[in-house]
Ligand binder design. Structure first.
Ligand code: FEO
Ligand code: CA
Ligand code: CA
Ligand code: CA
Length: 741
C-alpha cells in the first residue's frame, strides 16, 4: 500500500512539473529541405581540425587564446588538465568527493540565517522560514563583498554574499510535524494556514553573508544583507508587460506588482552585480475551478499552453485556507473569475509568474523585479554571453518542459562599463528593452534565432491567437515561439557560455514518456536524435539519458541571428550500445540526465556538469562531473540508428547528427556522487578557484513517509534517524589547491 501511495505521489508530481507536455503546436522540428540547401557550411567545417575550422570561419586564433570574462578580466585559456581521481558510481547514502578533498555542509534547509533564531529542530515544529534557509536548494551565485562591506568586489575570496534558490518545498511534508494536511489538486478540503504559510516561505531565495575561516567559510548571522525572498515577497513587474491589463489583479489593479516568486531553479548574474533567478514550474500552483466557463478563448488557449489546470485546486491547495482565513493572500492562488472585473479577483495572477526575476543582493531594501522582456515560460535561468563594451548584452534562457524551446534576449542598449554598479536601476536600462528570440536548430548543423515580436509577420498575422500587443507576445512567449517555428527540444535545463571561446552550452535533460515525448509524439531531428529503451527497462523509451548541445554564434557575435551547433555530449550508461553511447562514455564518466551546467571563471575552460536523474539511479546516485570541452566541430557527423520509432512510418529511423569529440576520462571525469535520492544542482566558486559551493537537493525524495525514519531513503546530512534535508556544501582541497585542476 505504501508503495502504491509512493507511485501515485511520483505520478502526481510528474504531472505537475516539468515532465508534463503542453506543447501541442504543429512544429515538428524537422527542417525544411530548402533550409538545408541554403545553409551548407557544416560541410566544410567537418573534416577540419577545430583550430583550422575556427580560423577559416574568421574567429581568429587570438580569440581562442584569450577571453574577457563577465568580470572584465582577461582569462587565459591555459592548458588545463583534470587533476583528481575519478569518483566511482555509488548508491550509498553518502556524499562522495575525490580523495584529497573535503565537503562540509554550510547551510541546510531550516538553518537560521539570523543570530537570534533557534537551531532547526528538523521535526516539523519550526515555522519561521522567513529567517531560515528555504527548501530544495538549487542554483546559487557567489558575489564577493568589498573589503569595506559595501558593494560588489568580484575578486574577494574572503567575504561574499551567497544567493541560493529554493526550488520547491518537498512534497512529503518533512517541514510539518506529521506530513501535510489535504494536499493536492484532487482535494477540496481546506488546509491549515500555518502549513501554507510555511510552504510559501520555504520557497524563494536565501541571501547570506559568508566569511572565510581557515580552509572553509562560515555564515555571518549578524550580516545586514541576510534575508529571505519568498512566495509572498512583493515584486515590481518591469519591462514591456508592466501595466498590461493582462497582469491586473486585485492586489495590483494596474498590473505593476505581484506577490512572490516560485520554483526558483537555475540562475544567472548580471555585469552590474545582481542575481537573476528563473521561475520554473509555477503553473501547477494555480488553478481555475472547473465550473468556471467564463474564460475567453484566448485565456483558455494560454492556460492550456502553460498548463494551468482546471482542477478545483492547485498543486498544494494553497488557495484553500478555509473559512478561518479567506484573505487574498490565499485566494491569490485561485485564477478563477470570481469578480466582475480583473481588479476584483486573481484571474490574471498566473500571468505574473514564469519570469526571470532580478534581485540586488547588495541592497536589502530594493524591491526585486520581474523582467518581462525575457518572456514568460518555465524559466530555468538566464546566462549572460561574454560582456563587451559597446555591444548589446545577451542572456540565454530555456523553457524546461518536454518539447519546449531555447531562447535568447538581446538588449537594445549597448553595454557601458560605467554601469557596473547601480543595482536594479541598471537592470531597467538593459533588461527592460530588447528582443527575445527562440532557437531553430536546422538538421544541417546550422541554426537561426527567430524574433518573438509583432514585427515578425508570422506572429503579427497569427489568427488562432491574436496577440494584442508586445506585452501579450511576451506573456505568451510559448505561443509566439510555436508560431515562429522554433525547434522542440528534449527539455532545456541550464545554459552556460564558455569564457574561452564564447560558445554556448545547454543541457537537454531527457525526453521520455510511455505515451508521448521524443520519438513518440515528437519526431526525431538532428539536434534531438535519439529514441531508445532504457538499459534496465524496456518500457522506458525516448531520449532516456539526455544530451548537451552547444553552438557558436555566427562571427562570434552573441547578438547574431544565425549559429552553428553540435552535440557536445550524449548522456548514456557506459554499457549501452554504440548508437546510444555516442560520446563513448566509460565507467569513469558515464552519466544520465544532465541538468546543471556551469563554466568556472577562476579556471577558464573548466566545465561542471550536474545530474538530476531517475533512469540510471539503480546504479548510481546523481553526480557532478568536471569537463574540459573543446569547441563546436571538434567531433564528427554520425548516423544514429533508432529502432521502432513510433513517429516514423517505417519503424527504424536513421538520423544524422553532429557529435563532439569522444569523452575520454582525460576530458570528462566524475568528481562527486550525492546521497540517495538527491539531485545535484547549483554550483558557484570562490574567485581564487579554491572552494566550490554545491547544492544537494532533496536527498531521500522517494521516502515512503515523512515521519517514520525507517521509511526514509536518506538521512543526509544529519545521519542517524534524521529527516533528510537539502543543503549547500563547500568543497575544498585538503592541500589548499585549486579545485579539479
Ligand atoms: Fe528545476 Fe528544470 O529544473
Ligand atoms: Ca534543474
Ligand atoms: Ca531537472
Ligand atoms: Ca529534482
Amino acid at each position: 500500500m505504501a508503495k502504491k501511495n509512493s507511485i501515485q505521489r511520483v505520478i502526481k508530481k510528474m504531472a505537475a512539473s516539468e515532465d508534463a507536455i503542453h506543447n501541442t503546436s504543429a512544429n515538428d522540428s524537422f527542417d525544411q529541405v530548402l533550409t538545408r540547401a541554403r545553409m551548407g557550411r557544416r560541410g566544410f567545417l567537418k573534416g577540419s581540425s577545430s583550430l583550422a575550422a575556427a580560423s577559416m570561419l574568421g574567429m581568429g586564433l587570438a580569440f581562442l587564446a584569450d577571453a574577457v570574462n563577465h568580470k572584465g578580466q582577461v582569462a587565459k585559456a591555459a592548458d588545463l588538465s583534470l587533476n583528481f581521481n575519478p569518483v566511482a558510481k555509488s548508491i550509498a547514502d553518502t556524499l562522495i568527493v575525490p580523495e584529497g578533498y573535503t565537503a562540509r555542509v554550510l547551510l541546510a534547509t531550516g538553518d537560521p540565517i539570523k543570530s537570534n533564531v533557534t537551531a532547526y529542530k528538523n521535526n516539523g515544529t519550526d515555522n519561521d522560514f522567513n529567517v531560515r534557509a528555504g527548501d530544495h536548494h538549487d542554483a546559487m551565485q557567489y558575489f564577493g563583498l568589498s573589503r569595506d562591506g559595501n558593494g560588489w568586489d568580484s575578486n574577494n575570496s574572503d567575504r561574499a554574499l551567497l544567493c541560493i534558490n529554493h526550488e520547491v518545498c518537498e512534497d512529503l511534508g518533512f517541514v510539518h510535524p506529521n506530513g501535510p494536511t489535504d494536499y493536492g489538486s484532487e482535494s477540496t478540503a481546506a488546509r491549515p494556514p500555518i502549513e501554507i504559510d510555511k510552504e510559501v516561505a520555504a520557497h524563494g531565495i536565501t541571501i547570506v553573508e559568508i566569511a572565510k575561516q581557515g580552509s572553509t567559510y562560515q555564515i555571518n548571522q549578524d550580516s545586514r544583507y541576510n534575508r529571505r525572498i519568498t512566495g509572498a515577497t512583493v515584486f515590481e513587474i518591469s519591462g514591456p508587460a508592466r501595466r498590461s491589463p493582462m497582469l491586473a489583479t486585485a492586489f495590483s489593479p494596474n498590473g505593476e506588482q505581484t506577490r512572490g516568486t516560485l520554483n526558483n531553479c537555475g540562475h544567472g548574474y548580471t555585469p552590474w552585480g545582481t542575481f537573476l533567478s528563473g521561475e520554473e514550474n509555477w503553473a501547477g500552483y494555480f488553478h481555475r475551478r472547473e465550473e468556471d466557463t467564463a474564460l475567453t478563448e484566448k485565456e483558455l488557449a494560454s492556460f492550456k499552453r502553460y498548463g494551468i489546470s482546471n482542477a478545483t485546486s492547485g498543486r498544494y491547495n494553497w488557495s484553500r485556507a478555509g473559512a478561518s482565513d479567506n484573505t487574498d493572500l490565499y485566494r491569490r492562488w485561485d485564477a478563477s473569475k470570481t469578480g466582475s472585473s480583473a481588479d476584483q479577483d486573481f484571474r490574471n495572477v498566473a500571468n505574473t509568474f514564469g519570469w526571470v526575476v532580478e534581485i540586488d543582493p547588495f541592497n536589502a531594501n530594493a524591491t526585486p523585479k520581474k523582467r518581462t522582456a525575457l518572456g514568460r515560460m518555465a524559466h530555468e535561468g538566464a546566462w549572460p554571453a561574454k560582456v563587451v563594451a559597446g555591444q548589446p548584452l545577451v542572456f540565454y534562457t530555456g523553457d524546461d518542459a518536454r518539447n519546449e524551446y531555447v531562447y535568447k534576449f538581446v538588449s537594445a542598449e549597448a553595454w557601458d562599463p560605467r554601469d557596473a554598479t547601480g543595482g536594479l536601476a541598471v537592470g531597467d536600462k538593459y533588461l527592460d528593452n530588447g528582443t527575445l528570440y527562440a532557437a531553430k536548430f536546422n538538421d544541417d548543423g546550422t541554426g537561426e534565432w527567430l524574433p518573438l515580436t509583432l514585427s515578425n509577420p508570422t506572429i503579427a498575422n497569427y489568427s488562432d491567437y491574436a496577440f494584442a500587443d508586445e506585452a501579450d507576445v511576451l506573456i505568451n512567449a510559448r505561443i509566439a515561439a510555436d508560431v515562429a517555428g522554433a525547434t522542440k527540444m528534449d527539455r532545456p535545463e541550464w545554459g552556460g557560455v564558455n569564457p574561452v571561446n564564447g560558445e554556448v552550452y545547454f543541457t537537454l535533460t531527457n525526453n521520455v514518456s510511455g505515451s508521448n515525448g521524443r520519438g513518440v509524439t515528437t519526431p526525431l531531428d538532428a539536434a534531438n536524435p535519439r529514441y531508445y529503451a532504457d538499459v534496465k527497462d524496456d518500457t522506458t523509451k525516448g531520449n532516456v539519458n539526455g544530451h548537451v548541445i552547444r553552438w557558436r554564434e555566427s562571427g562570434n557575435d552573441p547578438a547574431a541571428t544565425t549559429f552553428s551547433w553540435d552535440v557536445y555530449l550524449f548522456g548514456s550508461q557506459a554499457d549501452a550500445e554504440a548508437d546510444v553511447n555516442l560520446s563513448g562514455l566509460t565507467d569513469e564518466n558515464d552519466f544520465s540526465s544532465p541538468d546543471g551546467i556551469w563554466f568556472s571563471e577562476a579556471m577558464p575552460g573548466l566545465l561542471w556538469i550536474q545530474t538530476d536523474d531517475g533512469y540510471y539511479t539503480d546504479t548510481t546516485n546523481c553526480m557532478m562531473l568536471a569537463a574540459l570541452p573543446g569547441s563546436v566541430g571538434d567531433g564528427e557527423a554520425k548516423m544514429v540508428t533508432n529502432k521502432a520509432v513510433p513517429t516514423n512510418a517505417d519503424g527504424d529511423q536513421m538520423v544524422k547528427t553532429y557529435v563532439g569529440q569522444a569523452a575520454s576520462p582525460t576530458v570528462l571525469r566524475r568528481f562527486l556522487v550525492g546521497p540517495r535520492d538527491c539531485e545535484i544542482t547549483g554550483i558557484t566558486e570562490s574567485p581564487d578557484g579554491k572552494a566550490i559551493f554545491v547544492n544537494i537537493q532533496h536527498p531521500g525524495e522517494n521516502s515512503e513517509s515523512a515521519t517514520d525514519p525507517t521509511q526514509f531513503t536518506s538521512h543526509w546530512p544529519d545521519g542517524g534517524n534524521a529527516r533528510p534535508r537539502s543543503a549547500t556544501v563547500i568543497i575544498t582541497r585538503n592541500d589548499g589547491g585549486t579545485i579539479a585542476i
